[in-house]
Write a protein that binds this ligand. Structure first.
Ligand code: ZN
Length: 515
């Protein structure tokens, strides 16, 4: 909000893509504080830079997946998305602006690097002197020579969902009394979920809660996980819960899935989708492949092996999936951090995941809990949890990782808390599409029997570093598939501590957040 800051970034973005002259761009955001003001600045700058057309969501709203869809549908040269994803909004909270390229996906590092470089040597920016343009109703208007096309933010996205999923079967499910609670967390998916779930599919009015996007997300943290969507989580785990529960984040690309009496981990959700996607019309021909981020559990790998399709393991970050999707090497992708999606857009997509689940539940007629039990009985269960140690002094966090990295080669064959290390390495990725190499993507320790511990650092800065420890254990014994995850993972948790010395390095005896 400081003078010239946004303007600098927008001009640098236009310059980095070879100018806005003659371009068609998409613009929208998640409705957080400053969304409306930033949109007017961006529109006046696009007009002054000679853009031909800007397609903007009504009231400057667009979910991230809907923006990705519009870029692709309209053959736009790219899009500007105003959001800070799952981070809080409000005058003292977060705001962000990102540029997506013509494939609908996040700008690759070459583009973001060029934008950043340009912000450092920029001398001037172009902006039209004009009144605010009316974005409150759909239709075309002019700003200088540029056409501003205001569109219903939901319509094209809803039409895409109706092509991918069996809406008749889901309508019949709701007509039969199936109950749902979707928590939009006062963020962008409210209007989408209301129109699609309640409007088109017949979920009972009021099934979508916290459905009006608010500039401060109601003071909440629009992050769909058991911590920040606790009310929904607790309701679903009580006998009073509806048949199905879900939540999405600030800009609509993340999701959390629950059934009555059960929380479905994102890794398991991805595996179930891969196993059952053929039940949805858009995926009836089967999947070309699947992809998961490295720290995501191996549950989807087991499904892919059974289906005889490739499973790609990528570094964390949706952009790595974009290349695989563009190349037709994967159809469905997912991350442990509550992101799933497919080749229908080039972003993860929260409501898409909810509709995929509803399609699967409608087609199988099974409750979520029974569906999970059957999935685990067939494929085995990858018990999974992530332990986050937050705001560790950066030097101590780095010392832990450096120390562990130095010992990786000596670990195979050694015993830790009753487990034997089978392999240990630092994950690196060679992109099979563009050949780029990404090093230093996390320390992996695999144990005999299929268990795994992964260590990664993130968020280095003034608040220190966050150490993320990803824990996984494979269980195929039919009698041991319904255990508490933390209890089932106790040996891996102990082995991770014995090998990495988390307490010794950080002084912490327990994680701050367990998901
Ligand atoms: Zn997001």
């Amino acid at each position: 909000m400081e003078p010239h800051f946004l303007e600098n970034f927008v001009q640098a973005t236009f310059d980095a893509i070879g100018g806005a002259e003659g371009r068609t761009l998409v613009l929208g955001g998640d409705g957080r504080h400053f969304n409306d003001r930033a949109a007017q600045v961006i529109l006046r700058m696009a007009a002054a830079n000679g853009a031909a057309r800007i397609i903007v969501g009504q009231d400057a709203l667009l979910s991230t997946p809907a923006a990705s869809n519009l870029i692709r549908l309209r053959g736009a040269d790219g899009g500007l998305i105003m959001s800070a994803s799952h981070n809080p909004g409000g005058i003292d909270a977060d705001f962000g602006l990102k540029f997506n390229t013509a494939n609908g996906g996040p700008a690759p590092e070459g583009v973001t690097g060029a934008i950043h470089a340009r912000t450092l040597d920029i001398r001037a920016y172009r902006i039209l002197e004009a009144q605010d343009i009316d974005l409150s109703t759909p239709g075309e208007r002019r700003l200088g020579q540029m056409v501003v096309e205001v569109v219903d933010p939901v319509a094209d996205y809803a039409a895409l969902m109706a092509r991918l999923f069996d809406f008749d079967a889901i309508r019949a499910l709701f007509a039969g009394g199936f109950t749902l609670r979707f928590d939009a967390m006062h963020a962008i998916t409210g209007p989408y979920a209301r129109a699609i779930l309640e409007g088109e599919l017949g979920a009972a009015p009021g099934s979508v809660v916290n459905a009006t996007p608010l500039p401060d997300f109601g003071g909440g943290h629009p992050d769909p996980n058991p911590t920040w969507a606790k009310e929904l989580h607790d309701l679903m785990l009580s006998p009073a819960g509806p048949d199905f529960g879900a939540a999405s984040d600030g800009d609509g690309d993340r999701n959390m899935i629950l059934g009555r009496g059960i929380y479905v981990s994102p890794s398991d959700s991805l595996a179930v989708m891969a196993a059952q996607a053929h039940l949805a019309p858009g995926y009836r021909a089967g999947l070309r492949g699947v992809a998961r981020s490295m720290p995501t559990s191996g549950a989807v790998d087991r499904v892919a092996a059974r289906l005889g399709i490739p499973c790609h393991e990528t570094p964390t970050g949706w952009k790595f999936f974009g290349n695989l999707l563009d190349a037709g090497m994967a159809t469905i992708c997912g991350e442990e951090s509550f992101g799933t999606g497919s080749d229908h857009v080039r972003e993860k997509d929260g409501l898409w995941a909810v509709l995929m689940w509803l399609n699967i539940l409608a087609a199988t007629g099974r409750p979520v809990k029974a569906l999970m039990a059957e999935h685990w009985a067939r494929h085995g269960r990858n018990y999974y949890s992530r332990h986050d140690y937050e705001a560790i002094e950066t030097a101590r966090a780095e010392a832990l990782v450096d120390d562990l990295r130095a010992r990786l080669a000596t670990l195979p064959g050694t015993r830790a808390a009753g487990l034997v290390v089978a392999a240990a390495d630092e994950f690196a990725y060679d992109d099979p599409v563009d050949g780029s190499h990404s090093a230093g993507q996390g320390l992996r320790i695999r144990f005999e029997g299929g268990a795994r511990a992964v260590f990664r650092l993130s968020g280095t800065g003034t608040e220190g570093a966050t150490l993320r420890v990803y824990l996984e254990a494979l269980e195929t014994d039919p009698a041991r598939l319904e255990r508490d995850a933390q209890e089932a993972l106790a040996p891996v948790i102990a082995a991770a501590e014995a090998i990495a010395g988390i307490t010794r390095h950080t002084g912490r005896t327990a994680p701050d957040v367990i998901t």
